[in-house]
Design a protein around this ligand. Structure first.
Ligand SMILES: Cc1ncc(COP(=O)(O)O)c(C=O)c1O
Length: 381
C-alpha cells in the first residue's frame, strides 16, 4: 500500500534529535530552525519530557474521559500559573484544527449565531469550520463551503465594525501572529478595538494561538503583547512538544454542560503527562526569558545581512523577507548547510521557528549557514 501522496517532502529521514539538533539515518547533523513546523517548544527529546512520557506509559497511557484524570487537573493548574488565566477553564482535544472547530462551535452555542469574521491570509486548520475560516480556497471542499464567513483585511477596524453592524456575527477568529500567511499581525490598537467591539456586540473573540502561543512570541500568548483578554484562546503545536494535543482556554462567560463538547482521545493520560512536563520545563528553565534574549540576538545577527529586506514577527516566530522567491534558498539551507527552515504562502519569506531553548551559538551557526547559502546561490557578490 502506498501513502496518500499529499505532502511535497524533502529527501531526508530524521532518525534522532536532541534540543535543536536533528540527525538523519546516515548520522548527518541538521540544525532545526523550523521546530517541525513550530511544534518543538522545549526541544527535541528533552530528558525531563522523555522521562515524563516513559513514566506515564509504564503506568497507564489511556483511559476515556468518563473517568477521573488527575493529570488533566494538574495540567490545568500549571497552565493557570504559567499563562496567567486563573478564571478560565480548559478543554483538551487533539490538534489545532480541532481546537478551532470547538471554539467556533462554543461561540455559536453561546450566542446562537453562525456567521464568522476572519482575516485575509489566515490559517486555522483543515476541518469543517476551521478550513472555512482559512483564507485558502484551494483547500476548501464544497462540503466545507456552506459556512457563513466574511474575510476582512487585518488592521482595518472600520471594516470589522461595519461587518458586525450589518450581520449577525457569532465570532471573530484571529491568529496572535499569522503563521502560514507570512507573519503579519494585528497592531495593539487593532486588537484592543476588536476586543471592545466584540464585547459590545455579543460577538465571541477567538484568539488562535496554535502557532504563536506557548512562549513562541516571548510572552506565553502573543495577544498578551496587546493586553487584551479574548473569550476563547486556542492552542496546540508547542503544547505537547510533538505529542499530539490541543486545547481551548474558555472564559467564564461560557457555561459548561454535559455533552456540549467531547472527544475520545483528547487529554488522555499520555497526552496530559507530556503537556504537563512541557509547562514544567517552560517554567523551570525560564524559557520565555530565553525567547526574548535569543530573539534580540537573532534579529541583531541577521540585520547585518543585506539581502534581508525586512524582519517580521516576534520572539522566535520570525519571518525573513527577501526580494526573491526563497524556494532555492531553503533547498540550499537544507541540503548544503543542513539547516531546516520554513516557508510561507508569501513566497519571498523564510520562516524561523526554532525550539524555544535555542542558544546564541546555534544562532551564530544559522547566520553562517544563511550567508553561505546566499553566497552559493550567487545572490551575494
Ligand atoms: C495558526 C494555526 N491554526 C491552526 C492550525 C491547525 O493545526 P493542526 O495542524 O494541528 O490541525 C495551524 C497549523 O499550522 C496553525 O498554524
Amino acid at each position: 500500500m502506498s501513502l496518500f501522496n499529499v505532502y511535497p517532502i524533502y529527501n531526508i529521514k530524521p532518525f534522532k534529535a536532541l534540543g535543536a539538533t536533528v540527525w538523519d539515518e546516515n548520522g548527518q547533523e541538521y540544525l532545526d530552525f523550523y521546530g517541525g513546523h513550530g511544534v518543538i517548544s522545549v526541544g527535541h527529546s528533552h530528558p525531563k519530557y522523555v522521562e515524563a512520557i516513559q513514566n506515564q506509559i509504564e503506568k497507564i497511557g489511556f483511559y476515556s474521559n468518563s473517568i477521573q484524570n488527575p493529570l488533566q487537573e494538574a495540567f490545568a493548574k500549571k497552565l493557570t500559573e504559567v499563562s496567567g488565566y486563573p478564571d478560565y477553564s480548559v478543554f483538551l482535544c487533539n490538534s489545532g484544527a480541532e481546537a478551532n472547530e470547538n471554539a467556533l462551535k462554543l461561540a455559536s452555542f453561546h450566542n446562537k449565531k453562525s456567521k464568522v469574521i476572519t482575516f485575509e491570509k489566515s490559517f486555522h486548520g483543515r476541518t469543517s469550520a476551521s478550513v472555512a475560516v482559512t483564507d485558502n480556497p484551494s483547500i476548501i471542499a464544497p462540503i466545507n463551503a456552506n459556512h457563513d464567513v466574511i474575510f476582512l483585511p487585518l488592521n482595518e477596524i472600520d471594516l470589522v465594525k461595519k461587518a458586525i453592524s450589518e450581520n449577525e456575527i457569532t465570532a471573530v477568529i484571529i491568529e496572535g501572529i499569522q503563521g502560514v500567511g507570512g507573519l503579519d499581525e494585528g497592531t495593539t490598537a487593532f486588537f484592543q478595538e476588536l476586543e471592545t467591539i466584540c464585547n459590545e456586540n455579543n460577538v465571541i473573540l477567538i484568539l488562535d494561538e496554535i502557532q504563536s502561543g506557548y512562549g513562541r512570541s516571548g510572552k506565553f500568548f502573543a495577544h498578551q503583547h496587546h493586553t487584551i483578554k479574548p473569550d476563547i484562546i486556542t492552542m496546540a503545536k508547542g503544547m505537547g512538544n510533538g505529542f499530539p494535543i490541543g486545547g481551548l482556554l474558555i472564559s467564564d462567560k461560557f457555561k459548561a454542560s454535559y455533552g456540549l463538547l467531547g472527544t475520545t482521545f483528547g487529554g488522555n493520560h499520555l497526552a496530559s503527562a507530556s503537556a504537563l512536563s512541557v509547562l514544567e520545563i517552560i517554567e523551570n528553565e525560564n524559557i520565555l526569558e530565553n525567547v526574548k534574549q535569543q530573539s534580540a540576538y537573532f534579529i541583531q545577527a541577521v540585520s547585518e545581512i543585506p539581502e534581508i529586506k525586512k524582519i517580521k514577527g516576534k520572539g522566535l516566530m520570525l519571518g525573513l523577507e527577501f526580494d526573491f522567491d526563497v524556494t532555492e534558498l531553503r533547498k540550499n539551507l537544507i541540503y548544503e548547510q543542513h539547516i531546516f527552515t520554513g516557508n510561507a504562502s508569501q513566497k519571498n519569506l523564510l520562516r524561523i521557528l526554532p525550539p524555544l531553548a535555542i542558544t546564541s551559538s546555534q544562532i551564530d551557526q544559522f547566520t553562517v549557514g544563511l550567508k553561505n547559502a546566499l553566497h552559493s546561490l550567487k545572490i551575494t557578490l
